[in-house]
Design a binder for this molecule. Structure first.
Ligand SMILES: NC(=O)c1ccc[n+]([C@@H]2O[C@H](COP(=O)([O-])OP(=O)(O)OC[C@H]3O[C@@H](n4cnc5c(N)ncnc54)[C@H](O)[C@@H]3O)[C@@H](O)[C@H]2O)c1
Length: 273
């Protein structure tokens, strides 16, 4: 176990990727604060972590709210005495729209959670890490943070911003031996929420195909032939939280089955001769 006796905060860990990250950190020996706006759902992740023999606590927290974030950090310190690992995972998707039709309120909503939330949680946890000259901060960006994808400008801007923030914070915290890195997941296969289903349907309607076809196109475009699982992102987070990544900071790790930057999948052929 690489993270024995470490204390972690994972935001947005009630479900999806955050849940996958929280469970993997617990498998590696970490105790976990499950910080999520959906307090009841967070209890599910907490129960799973406790079944693994690790300590866990659900802390209701809206990452866009400074008072909530400060209270969450206080709860983590009361419970564990310190925070060794912060995973800024909480994030929201965007209603699909061409930029010329994108509502200002939607732009603000997405930026508030996806980048202001990362800033606030980092700010208040980093202060504690600096006092101890130790810590790992892991920010969840996206393959949309390294490319331009149509109809989700607010989401893309927020995920590029996460990488810029990661690089800046990494330099600022390097004198305190705090590593700051990001993960860029490709599309993840997890049970969709109502919003995600509606989002997929909107995008599909704009493209003139079904939501199932959109997913299948993404799968086919992925060289490794499947979408990511929350556990794939959890494995990357466990690496970036561990001492094995001690000399890595200000970087991003793409976990997309090879999807980012490919123009199409390669055919499977036997070598000739
Ligand atoms: N699903 C994908 O295909 C994919 C791909 C790349 C990156 N990502 C990123 O991974 C992260 C997790 O995505 P997911 O697919 O698991 O999403 P999800 O919607 O399944 O889960 C997000 C979690 O964040 C919580 N949350 C939302 N707003 C919050 C707030 N203001 N404060 C606290 N918690 C809040 C939700 O309650 C939920 O538990 C996001 O940052 C997302 O942008 C997702």
């Amino acid at each position: 176990m690489q993270l024995a006796e470490q204390a972690a905060v994972v935001t947005g860990a009630a479900r999806g990727i955050g849940r996958g990250i929280a469970l993997r950190l617990a498998d590696e020996g970490a105790d976990v604060i499950v910080a999520d706006i959906e307090g009841d759902a967070a209890q599910g992740t907490v129960s799973e972590i406790r079944r693994k023999g690790r300590r866990a606590l659900a802390v209701p927290c809206d990452v866009t709210d400074q008072a909530d974030v400060q209270a969450m950090v206080r709860s983590a310190l009361d419970e564990f005495g310190r925070v060794d690992i912060l995973v800024n995972n909480a994030g929201v998707g965007q209603r699909v729209a061409a930029t010329v039709d994108l509502a200002e309120a939607e732009w603000e909503r997405v930026l508030a959670v996806n980048i202001t939330g990362v800033f606030l949680c980092s700010k208040y946890v980093a202060r504690e890490m600096m006092r101890r000259d130790s810590g790992k901060i892991i920010n969840i960006s996206s393959v949309n943070g390294v490319s331009g994808r149509p109809l989700v400008a607010a989401y893309n801007a927020s995920k590029w911003a996460v990488l810029g923030f990661t690089k800046t914070l990494a330099v600022e915290l390097a004198p305190y031996q705090v590593n700051v890195n990001a993960i860029c997941p490709g599309p993840v296969d997890a049970p969709p929420t109502e919003f995600q289903e509606a989002h997929a349907a909107e995008r599909a309607a704009l493209m003139g195909i079904s939501a199932a076809d959109v997913r299948e196109q993404l799968r086919q475009a992925t060289p490794l032939g499947r979408l990511a699982r929350p556990s794939d992102i959890g494995a990357a987070a466990a690496f970036l939280a561990s001492e094995d990544s001690a000399h890595i900071t200000g970087e991003y790790l793409i976990v997309s089955g090879g999807l980012s930057d490919v123009t199409g999948p390669a055919p499977r052929r036997r070598p000739s001769g």
